[in-house]
Design a protein around this ligand. Structure first.
Ligand code: ZN
Length: 410
């Protein structure tokens, strides 16, 4: 059985244990477990560790002892009306609730062997034993943007005091991600989308009341639903009734397509007005309500380039946490003799057909070090950390078949 292709930031190694997100008993025990590690963000910028000698950058993974001054008072989950007060489990609007302190997201468990994932029951009699039976590292994430800067600095200084070879700093996320290994990048993708969503959604879209976090950061609820809320004179919040998908994290699908001709020798690439000089890539766009992925591929190609496409084939997906996109990579076919139109939605500055040979020459050129370069490349392409780079490269090298096996990513 062939493996599916895993793009950079996909193929997460975490067992998310999503059925335990409602269990404050589990979560409170998980936070203080010895092996637990934290990914910190400051306004969406990850905390990055840089090695003093090698300058190698990795995601900083801090233990709970280091991070605890930032988390507020216990209990961390299952909080009541006042800080330091526990609310007994049972009320659905308060399942693993956090009403005080920064919002915390439980990301999952990284196990030594991902092929024998743990399936701990949600029926806990003794959470400490349940935690002790888990093998590997439990991951949490938090954005410290609302916390006093001096307190954050103290935590970072204390964390580096035991390791003088490492310096810690919050770093612009797009530049930070390219230095991550594929396993850490996948954990980063989940963490960044989740802390971003928690940070941006402070008010209930149904009634405007403040929100609070439940389900270990995976659901938001409206404060008008709290047992102690004073809703005198207010209409009941619509989110109290029926299914409310706005209280769950977003994932915004984006189709990205590499269009080739019937002879399989030419590829259509475009230049967005915002791209750096000479940069060409696959065309892309958000899936709109009421569309299938294939509909979105057809519409985007029509709107951006005036091109009709057919034979649409899915290749692979890539989480893109800026802030919550899921890139869906496709190949499609079009007629290179048909006129290209850029005056419809005016997103592109240029779109043109390149031959396989031209693309291969750019790939060869960019794979050399600067000292061996022979002049400037014909154009520039996205790197293999972006799905567009993968789609173009695989087509050019004749490996654009579906179900391409990529073992060794995990
Ligand atoms: Zn509400």
């Amino acid at each position: 059985m062939a493996e599916n292709f895993s793009n950079f930031m996909g193929g997460s190694p975490l067992n998310r244990l999503s059925w335990l997100r409602t269990s404050q008993t589990f979560l409170n025990a998980a936070i203080v477990a010895h092996a637990t590690r934290w990914i910190l963000f400051n306004n969406g910028q990850p905390l990055i560790a840089t090695h003093a000698v090698s300058k190698k950058r990795t995601l900083a993974l801090l233990p709970t002892d280091d991070v605890s001054p930032l988390l507020g008072t216990e209990p961390y989950f299952g909080q009541g009306q006042y800080a330091g007060e526990a609310y007994p489990s049972g009320a659905s609007v308060l399942e693993a609730a956090r009403l005080h302190g920064p919002r915390i997201v439980f990301l999952g468990l990284k196990e030594p062997n991902p092929f024998t994932a743990a399936l701990p029951s949600s029926d806990f009699i003794d959470p400490q034993t349940a935690i002790a039976n888990l093998q590997g590292t439990l991951f949490f994430s938090v954005d410290i943007a609302g916390i006093q800067e001096c307190l954050v600095n103290e935590v970072i200084q204390a964390s580096t005091s035991t390791n003088s070879h490492i310096s810690l700093a919050f770093v612009e996320p797009r530049s930070a991600m390219t230095s991550l290994d594929i396993v850490t990048a996948a954990i980063f993708a989940e963490a960044r989308s989740m802390v971003d969503w928690n940070g941006r959604n402070k008010f209930c879209p149904a009634c405007g009341s403040p929100t609070y976090s439940i389900w270990a950061g995976w659901k938001l609820s409206c404060t008008s639903l709290l047992p102690w809320a004073d809703d005198t004179g207010k209409e009941p919040c619509p989110s109290s009734r029926g299914m409310q998908n706005f209280s769950h994290p977003r994932t915004d699908p984006v189709v990205i397509m590499v269009v080739i001709d019937e002879s399989d020798e030419k590829v259509l690439l475009g230049r967005n007005k915002k791209f750096p000089l000479k940069y060409y890539s696959a065309l892309a766009g958000f899936v709109e309500p009421g569309e299938s992925y294939e509909d979105a591929v057809r519409r985007e190609m029509w709107e951006e380039a005036g091109i009709r496409v057919w034979n649409i084939r899915y290749h692979s997906g890539q989480p893109w946490p800026f802030p919550a996109n899921l890139m869906l990579g496709f190949y499609a076919t079009a007629d290179p003799s048909a006129p290209i139109r850029l005056d419809l939605d005016n997103e592109l500055e240029d779109a043109r057909w390149y031959t396989r040979q031209e693309v291969l020459s750019v790939l060869t050129d960019t794979s050399h070090s600067d000292s061996t370069k022979i002049g400037e490349p014909l154009f520039k392409m996205p790197p293999p950390t972006a799905i567009a780079g993968v789609l173009i490269k695989q087509w050019a090298e004749g490996d654009a078949r579906l179900g391409y096996a990529n073992k060794g990513n995990l």
